[in-house]
Design a protein around this ligand. Structure first.
Ligand code: NAP
Length: 272
């Protein structure tokens, strides 16, 4: 698949940028797609500085026309697309009973509709051209455990996991692999801000909840993501790889507690 590009949604920040960097290191030209120019430009300049071939396209994943433009520019710049990583997401901590219709719609739109828009647009092209390809959807372990304080994200990620498995079955005949990756809690700037764990002390308490005793780094998650989406494992499809230090086995922390101002200080470590 080398030579053709990888599209990474939300590729200018956090995990998306780490995945883009790892793809670049392994020889893939990368197309970063997200809404904010400042995110795209900062991400692209750091990748270009490391010798990665990179192109940016401003895009809201909820807008079908903008998604089609990303594919067209990727083809124009790099001659084709081999990989799609649906990484873009929106999230915030909220009590389920207080979640507004607009908040629900925003998170569902970015996570579920955005993943669907990109998957269908790119796969239609692959099928028309008679070529295979590989799609990776970034989800979260609470897609199957559930979690308090993020019902919009939990529901959308669970739907994306179901989509992953369905498309793997339906598009296998076209040589298209579709997988998911579920990271544990990572300290990425935007997510820590939106989910309420920017404070290093809170990060310390969260780390105590993880059997391996620490939070994840975007770099270690990105290595597994690129292993899965690249042609290193060509017989894996419809699967979800988990890289969370064992957190889901002891239960996702109750994020709703941030809203009640409860302290994590007296929580017992859950490391066994
Ligand atoms: P992040 O830096 O906030 O990444 C989210 C990205 O999505 C941003 O680059 C953002 O860019 C983009 N985005 C948001 N809305 C968009 C839209 N409508 N259209 C296009 N792009 C949009 O957070 P992250 O922690 O790296 O998260 C990356 C992925 O990991 C997400 O799928 C998240 O659910 C998952 N994850 C994260 C954690 C964690 O602890 N951090 C844990 C489990 C799973 P713009 O603002 O420029 O649009």
């Amino acid at each position: 698949m080398g030579g053709k590009a990888a599209i990474v949604t939300g590729g200018g920040t956090g995990l998306g940028l780490a995945i883009s960097r790892e793809l670049g290191r392994r020889g893939y030209p990368v197309v970063l797609a997200s809404r904010k120019r400042e995110h795209l430009e900062a991400g692209a300049s750091s990748l270009a500085g490391e010798g990665v071939a990179v192109h940016t396209v401003p895009c809201d994943v909820r807008d079908r026309g903008q998604v089609e433009r990303v594919l067209a520019e990727a083809e124009q710049q790099f001659g084709g697309v081999a990989i799609l990583v649906n990484n873009a997401a929106g999230n915030f901590v909220v009590k389920a009973e207080a979640l507004s219709p607009r908040g629900w719609e925003a998170v569902r739109g970015i996570v579920l509709d955005g993943t669907w828009n990109f998957s269908q647009v790119v796969a239609q092209r692959w099928i028309a051209q008679g070529q295979g390809g590989s799609i990776l959807n970034i989800i979260a372990t609470y897609a199957w455990t559930g979690a308090a304080g993020v019902v919009h994200s939990v529901s959308a990620k669970a739907a994306v996991l179901a989509m992953t498995r369905s498309l793997a079955v339906e598009w296998g005949r076209f040589g298209i692999r579709v997988n998911a990756l579920a990271p544990g809690i990572m300290v990425t700037e935007e997510a820590a801000k939106n989910l309420g764990y920017s404070d290093p002390q809170v990060q310390g308490w969260l780390a105590q909840q993880v059997p391996l005793g620490r939070l994840a780094t975007p770099e270690e998650v990105a290595r597994l993501a690129v292993d899965l989406v690249s042609d290193r494992h060509p017989y894996v499809t419809g699967d979800c790889w988990t890289v969370d230090g064992g957190l889901w086995l002891v239960g996702f922390p109750n994020l709703r507690r941030f809203l009640d101002g409860e302290s994590w200080e007296n929580d017992q470590p859950r490391r066994g």
